[in-house]
Write a protein that binds this ligand. Sequence first.
Ligand code: HAM
Length: 416
Amino acid sequence: MQSLPGFRDFLPDKCAARNYIFARWRDVARRYGFQEWEGPLLEPTELYKKKSGAEIVEQLFNFTDKGRREVTLRPELTPTLARVVAAHQRGFKKPLKWFSIGQFFRYEKQQRGRLREHFQLNCDILGEKDLAADVELVALCIDVLRVFGLGRDDFVVRISDREFWTDFFRQKGVQPERWDALLQAIDKSAREPREKTAEKLGDLAEAVFATLKQGGKSEKLERVLDGLRDRGLGDFAAVDVGIVRGLAYYTGIVFEVFDRAGKFRAIAGGGRYDNLVGVISDGAVSLPAVGFAMGDVVLGELINDIPRAREQMEKAIASHRAIDLYIVIAKEERRADALRYVQQLRERGYRVDYPLAYEKVARQFQAAEDSGARFAILFGDEWPEVKIKSLESGRQELVPHDRLLAHLQGFSGLSS
Ligand code: HAM
């Protein structure tokens, strides 16, 4: 039996890498004062048809459940967030600063950087219309990447403003009904042949291409960049009006993060979506909002590609995986005594392992080395003393077994 295309098995190494990413995501979101929340994995399909946009609706992982409901494995979190906030916002002080780490499903063609399931960190601020919230989220996104050992030479946040384009359309007298389709065409323009984009843009093609080439400017975009410069993060971001974002609900600032070398797909993306809560609640609640999501797949590829980031991850995983103490049972008649101590040590918080069945002493030492243990403790001929051997320095000492726990307390760097 094989797994389905685009779905991963997380063997221990992969799981450790995933947990490394999750721990840092959570840590930085908390540094920014965000609170964690979570929504359901399955939602009514209608939630996504309301405003996510055509591209994501084509990729829905949907089915009819046994109660004949049309349901979808969530492709993204933002519509759920809008639904939840519309229902519960009264109970919370504004602005809400919420983050979430979870799995998402899109029926996409499997390719590098794109699978049918992936994990995302979502960070959103709701109830604040000031541009300061947009800047705060871009800064958070940058800082999240920096904790992985990635620097200004490794990635860049490309920032744009949908209003830049809607103002442009208004100036050119384009009817608002056409705007969505035009924005989608601009969004795809970097990935599609020029003729195809030109066809979609029609009479606006020349003007749009010229603007993309010049690189547009706006006062609002300058203010976002100033906000980042004030924090010393200016070098991590650049204005790029070619970024429009595929999702239909964005209304203002939008941004996407790419590796500088241009080898990978987008690492993260987000923006302002001031109307979505209103649309999802049929006008009952209106709340300005801005947020972003970062995926684990491209981030993992980038970390593996940058030696500094990869070494940092490997070191962290090795130290996280290592146990503290390996109990060597040199004489089988000491097994019961050894297990009494295994239990007591674990209860005190040490990470402890030992051989489940008879093993030669040399093999037990090999297992101790492989486990990354700092010390091996021998239960054998020395009883009622036990021998503590440092696996780093090779130094050994004998300690009466009833003084073992007190003795270990004097050692620094163990988990207890
Ligand atoms: P998105 O750009 O669709 O935005 O996804 C965010 C990130 O998730 C992408 O940059 C990418 O790293 C990752 N991602 C998306 N699809 C896949 C896939 N099939 N395989 C692997 N990784 C993937 C959103 O989802 C918005 N809801 C973000 C947001 C939050 N906007 C406001 N708040």
